[in-house]
Design a protein. Structure first.
Length: 134
């Protein structure tokens, strides 16, 4: 799969996730070094123009948290990370491993977490398959 097709496939996977999982503000495919590879919505910024949900910011924070979580799990001999869920008063950050990358979601308060978790797991599998084929 060439780079353009892979990029379109990642965008489509995130678009489906963003439309199916109600309450997802933004979702980003994050490289291990903290760079966004794809994002939904494409602008990955909220309507007020605040860049707190920009793809770059979400990717950087997500990569740092994932790295710390993996180090912690390793030190405690707890195996590989299944997912990282960080809940706050104004929303939730969910990081799901997707092969060599991470799928990061910022979720509104009150979202159906069971539905979001199911959709995120499916999207992470799709993303991993897209990147392996590439």
């Amino acid at each position: 799969m060439n780079q353009g097709n892979r990029s379109r496939a990642l965008d489509e996977s995130l678009r489906r996730l963003g439309l199916v999982a109600e309450g997802v503000k933004t979702c980003v495919v994050v490289s291990d070094d903290g760079f966004p590879l794809a994002a939904f919505p494409a602008s990955a910024a909220n309507e007020s123009g605040d860049d707190s949900l920009s793809a770059a910011r979400v990717a950087a924070v997500s990569a740092r948290l994932t790295g710390q979580a993996e180090t912690t799990l390793d030190r405690l001999a707890q195996g590989d990370m299944g997912r990282l869920l960080l809940e706050g008063d104004s929303g939730t950050l969910l990081n799901c491993p997707a092969g060599a990358v991470t799928l990061a979601l910022v979720i509104e308060p009150g979202a159906s977490m069971g539905h979001v978790l199911f959709a995120a797991r499916k999207a992470a599998s799709e993303i991993e398959a897209i990147l392996v084929r590439g």
